[in-house]
Design a protein around this ligand. Structure first.
Ligand SMILES: [Zn+2]
Ligand SMILES: [Zn+2]
Length: 112
């Protein structure tokens, strides 16, 4: 099974959100602070983590710039000048905050 890819990545400045439309028709909206908190870089996550965890951002941010990384990820320049996070598409899909995805994750995972 190949994983879905974004067909459109769009910034919604009024809502401080990023909207991704996926190739399977799913639409995901991520609040900037949510994405910033999930920054997967070593500086935010530490070097030895197996799983990216939500680290609440110290300031509220907006996405200043979004750039493609190869054909598998995007990098985001945040308004707090942080830009080292590479957000892989499969990771973005994994953390999709919509209700159906949350519910699916909850039932598929043991709580810890
Ligand atoms: Zn980071
Ligand atoms: Zn979703």
């Amino acid at each position: 099974m190949s994983s879905p890819l974004p067909t459109e990545i769009r910034r919604l400045p009024e809502d401080k959100r990023l909207r991704i439309t996926w190739s399977d028709g799913h639409v995901a909206e991520y609040e900037y602070d949510f994405l910033r908190g999930y920054c997967p870089c070593a500086g935010c996550q530490g070097h030895s983590v197996a799983e990216v965890r939500y680290q609440p951002p110290s300031v509220s941010v907006t996405a200043t710039k979004i750039e493609p990384v190869g054909n598998y990820a995007i990098s985001i320049l945040w308004s707090d000048s942080h830009a080292t996070g590479i957000y892989r598409f499969d990771f973005l899909r994994e953390i999709c905050p919509c209700d159906p995805c949350r519910a699916a994750r909850k039932s598929g995972e043991s709580p810890n």
